[in-house]
Write a protein that binds this ligand. Structure first.
Ligand SMILES: N[C@@H](CCOP(=O)(O)O)C(=O)O
Length: 437
C-alpha cells in the first residue's frame, strides 16, 4: 500500500516512509492510496469477537501488505493491553470508556501502536542515530506519546504544549518523566505548537541535522489505529441486541484525527449510521458544515481544553476522503458546539440522573446525542479521558468528589521539568539543534 499527500505535490511513499516522516514534504497529510473493504461476512459474527480479534482484522486489512501478520498480531496485542468497556448510561445512550490505558486517555491506543510500528521499521533497518519525535499537545496526546515512548532506545520525544492551558494533572503526566522525554512550554496556543512542529518537518537544515517525525494524528500510525474503537463499540452494541442499523456515534473532536479514523472505518464497511462531531466553543468545523466555508482562527480556551484547536489538521483528510463534497460530508456527520456552561450543566444533569461522571470532553458528545438522536436510534459517545484528569472542573460541576486513580496520582509525585520558549520558529529550531547528541 502506498500513501499520498493530501496536497498532491509530493511523491507517494511506502508505509514505512509515511510513519518515519510523519508529514509530507508539501505539508500535506498522508492518506492510504485506497480504502480496503472488510468483507460483509465479518460483520455477521462481530458480536462474538473480542477486541483483540477485531483490531487484528482491521490492522491486517490496512497494514497487512507491509507488516508480517504474526508481527502485526503481536503489535495489536501489545497496544491493547487494557480494557475498553462499553456501558449503558441511560435508555438511548452508551459510553465507550477509552480511559483505561496507562495515561487514562484515548490517545494511548494510537501512541502505543505508533511506538511499536516505529520500532518495527527502525530495528529492521538497523539505522543509526536517534529518531526525534515531535508532538504538539493540548492536553492528552503529550502524555500518551511520552509514556508510549518512555525509555524506548534510539527515540527522543519533544512535547510542545501551550503554557498555562492544560490541566495540572495532564501537565504532570509529561513534564515529570525525564529520561528521553523533554517538555517544552510555548507562549501561545495549541495551534502555535502544532505550527512549530509542522515548520520543523519542512526545514532543510533541521532535517539534515536530525531525524524528525510526528506523533500527532498527522502520523498515519497514530490516527488509523483509532478506528479499532469504532469496530469494537459496534460489536458490543450488537452483542447488547441493539439494532445494528440504528447506531449513531458522537465523537468529542479537537484535531479531528479520531473522527477521521471513524469515517475511514465507515468507508471500509463499518455500518455506523452517522456521526456527530462534538465541539466546545472552537467551532470551525460546525461553521464549515453550516456554510461550506472553512475559516480557521485562533483557538479559544475552554474547560474541555484538549479540544481547544482552531485549525484542525485532519480537516484536510476529511475533505480529501469526500472529494471536497460538502453535501456528502454533511450526510455522514453533523456537528454541534457548546459553551463551558452547557458542558458543566451536562456533567451535572447526567451525574444527578444516572450517577455517571463525565469528563468535560465526553460531556460535549453525551449532550450532542441527547439533542440529536432521532426516534429509534441508539447512541454511543466516547469518554476520551478519565474525569479525574480534570478533577477541579468536574467536582465543581457535579458537586461531588472525584477519586484519583492510583496510576494518575503517581504522575503527580514527580518533579516538573520544562523548557519555556516563545512561539517563534527560530527559537524552537535553535533549541532543537542544541539537543543533538
Ligand atoms: N487533542 C489533542 C490535540 C492533538 O491531537 P492529535 O490527535 O493530533 O495528537 C491533545 O490532547 O493533545
Amino acid at each position: 500500500m502506498m500513501y499520498y499527500s493530501t496536497n498532491h505535490s509530493s511523491p507517494d511513499v511506502t508505509l514505512r516512509d509515511a510513519i518515519v516522516h510523519g508529514l509530507a514534504p508539501d505539508r500535506g497529510l498522508y492518506m492510504p492510496e485506497r480504502i480496503p473493504s472488510i468483507p460483509k461476512a465479518f460483520f455477521r459474527h462481530i458480536g462474538e469477537m473480542s477486541l483483540h480479534e477485531i483490531a487484528y482484522v482491521v490492522a491486517n486489512t490496512l497494514f497487512g501488505d507491509d507488516v508480517d501478520s504474526e508481527e502485526l498480531r503481536n503489535i495489536v496485542a501489545d497496544t491493547l493491553g487494557f480494557d475498553i468497556p462499553l456501558r449503558k448510561v441511560d435508555d438511548n445512550r452508551y459510553v465507550l470508556e477509552l480511559f483505561h490505558g496507562p495515561t487514562l486517555a484515548f490517545k494511548d491506543v494510537g501512541a502505543r501502536f505508533m511506538a511499536h510500528m516505529l520500532s518495527h521499521f527502525h530495528s529492521k533497518e538497523k539505522s543509526t542515530g536517534d529518531v526525534n519525535v515531535l508532538v504538539a499537545t493540548s492536553g492528552d496526546t503529550g502524555s500518551a506519546v511520552a509514556n508510549g515512548f518512555l525509555n524506548v532506545p534510539g527515540v527522543r520525544v519533544f512535547v510542545l504544549y501551550p503554557y498555562g492551558k492544560v490541566s495540572p494533572i495532564q501537565e504532570a503526566q509529561f513534564t515529570t518523566l525525564g529520561g528521553n522525554i523533554t517538555a517544552i512550554e510555548i507562549d501561545g496556543t495549541f495551534d502555535d505548537c502544532q505550527s512549530l512542529v509542522k515548520s520543523a518537518f519542512i526545514d532543510d537544515e533541521l532535517n539534515k541535522a536530525m531525524h524528525l517525525t510526528s506523533a500527532n494524528s498527522i502520523n498515519v500510525a497514530r490516527f488509523l489505529p483509532q478506528m479499532f474503537y469504532y469496530y469494537h463499540a459496534y460489536a458490543r452494541m450488537v452483542q447488547e441486541g441493539v439494532d445494528p442499523e440504528q447506531i449513531v456515534v458522537a465523537v468529542p473532536s479537537g484535531n479531528f484525527g479520531n473522527i477521521c479514523s471513524a469515517l475511514i472505518a465507515k468507508r471500509m464497511g463499518l455500518p455506523i449510521k452517522r456521526f456527530i462531531a462534538a465541539n466546545n466553543r472552537n467551532d470551525v468545523f460546525l461553521r464549515y458544515l453550516n456554510t461550506g466555508e472553512y475559516n480557521p482562527g485562533a483557538s479559544i480556551p475552554t474547560i474541555a481544553n484538549a479540544m481547544d484547536v482552531g485549525e484542525p489538521s485532519n480537516f484536510a483528510r476529511i475533505l480529501d476522503l469526500y472529494g471536497n463534497d460538502h453535501a456528502a460530508i454533511k450526510a455522514d456527520i453533523s456537528g454541534c458546539s457548546y459553551t463551558d456552561d452547557q458542558i458543566r450543566s451536562t456533567m451535572r444533569e447526567v451525574y444527578d440522573s444516572t450517577g455517571y461522571i463525565l469528563d468535560p470532553h465526553g460531556a460535549t458528545a453525551c449532550r450532542a446525542l441527547g439533542e440529536q438522536l432521532l426516534p429509534g436510534e441508539k447512541g454511543i459517545f466516547l469518554e476520551t479521558a478519565h474525569p479525574a484528569k480534570f478533577k477541579d472542573t468536574v467536582e465543581d460541576a457535579i458537586g461531588a468528589r472525584v477519586q484519583i486513580p492510583s496510576r494518575l496520582a503517581a504522575f503527580m509525585r514527580g518533579e516538573k521539568s520544562t523548557v519555556r520558549l516563545s512561539r517563534q520558529f527560530p527559537a524552537f529550531k535553535k533549541f532543537l539543534l542544541s539537543q543533538i547528541q
